[in-house]
Design a protein around this ligand. Structure first.
Ligand code: TRP
Length: 330
């Protein structure tokens, strides 16, 4: 039985957060049995903004070590860096010739990033979604888990695949968005109306998976709440407290109603204290596993290399087919 191909990419920049764990990584673990998963560290995408080379190298290993510390199984899933498989950049060029400037101009992330990096609006930033399309189409991916911010890019990927297939025959699988069965959206601790981000500028807004336990406790105790002192789940009126309840439910496996019952009337202090303990109890063993993996760089590099070899063979099959239909010499 072949499992459907599922692919996801993450930029090896910033630091993985508790939100990444609860909203994504933890769910992927449950998918490994049913899907043929590829998890890409998209370093080629990362250089659309300037990166320090040593940092980039360190982050790729760090993200891999965290993924497997979170429970992803490198025997079952392919975890590797995008730059390790040359086909990504190669297919991206070909797909550039099937993506319209008008389409790319409509990408809201390009507009946002251009505003944010006004001093470095490079062509890579503009072509970013085409490289993402290449990541996906290279492996005949069926499913792509996407958050709201990437939906437009997946739509574009589908349009490019369909356009290419219409002209040249059924070369690419047209991917579908994958909506995870359970997916709590974890918000920032200081700005509970926006998603907790791994590249946030205010470090107190996010809980990083590699934060020290006392830092985690401090961040949770200082999380923004409100002044009515009432523990109640109401994301509109009480985004801060609701987010804490959401995190608590996710890390403890309890439902929000039972937490509200337990903490109603007790003010925010006890809720925050117990939540901090629950988060630390989850993260401490994860960090212990992470430290073991980090102590064995040969193991980490071996995982990356093996996955990249597997992925490369699959990518080459697609590239051969693309070359054939385009009339390139074999
Ligand atoms: N663009 C995605 C992001 O910024 C990362 C990404 C790159 C990706 N290639 C991908 C996601 C392929 C899914 C599939 O979050």
């Amino acid at each position: 039985m072949t499992r459907p191909v599922l692919l996801s990419g993450i930029q090896p920049s910033g630091q993985l957060t508790l939100g990444n764990y609860i909203g994504a990584i933890r769910n992927w673990k449950a998918l490994e049995d049913d899907y043929d998963c590829l998890f890409l560290l998209v370093d080629l995408h990362a250089i659309t903004v300037r990166q320090d080379p040593a940092d980039l190298r360190r982050r790729c290993r760090e993200f891999l070590a965290l993924y497997i510390a979170c429970g992803l199984n490198p025997e079952r899933s392919q975890i590797f860096a995008q730059s390790q498989v040359r086909g990504h950049g190669h297919l991206a060029w070909i797909l550039d010739c099937y993506a319209m400037v008008g389409e790319l101009n409509r990408m809201t992330q390009f507009k946002d990033k251009s505003r944010k990096h006004a001093d470095n609006i490079n062509a890579g930033l503009f072509n970013y979604p085409v490289l993402m399309a290449a990541d996906i189409l290279l492996y005949q991916t069926q499913l792509v888990p996407v958050g709201d911010d990437q939906k437009q890019h997946l739509e574009l990927t589908r349009d490019i695949a369909q356009r290419f297939n219409t002209l040249h025959g059924e070369v690419f699988t047209v991917p579908e968005p994958f909506i995870p069965p359970v997916g709590a959206r974890i918000m920032g601790l200081q700005e509970p109306t926006a998603k907790m981000s791994k590249s946030d500028d205010a470090p107190t807004n996010a809980i990083y998976l590699l934060d020290e336990p006392k830092t985690i406790t401090r961040k949770i105790k200082r999380a923004v709440t409100d002044t009515d002192g009432e523990v109640r789940y109401d994301p509109q009126a009480k985004p801060g407290v609701s987010n804490l309840l959401q995190i608590f439910a996710a890390v403890s496996g309890r439902d929000i109603d039972s937490l509200v019952n337990e903490y109603a009337g007790g003010g925010y202090g006890r809720l925050k204290g117990d939540l901090a303990d629950a988060v630390v109890a989850l993260i401490e063993p994860l960090q212990a596993r992470y430290n073991e993996f980090q102590a064995d760089p040969a193991l980490l590099d071996g995982i990356l290399t093996r996955a990249a070899e597997n992925a490369n063979a699959r990518a080459e099959a697609t590239i051969r087919r693309v070359h054939e239909v385009l009339g390139f010499l074999q």
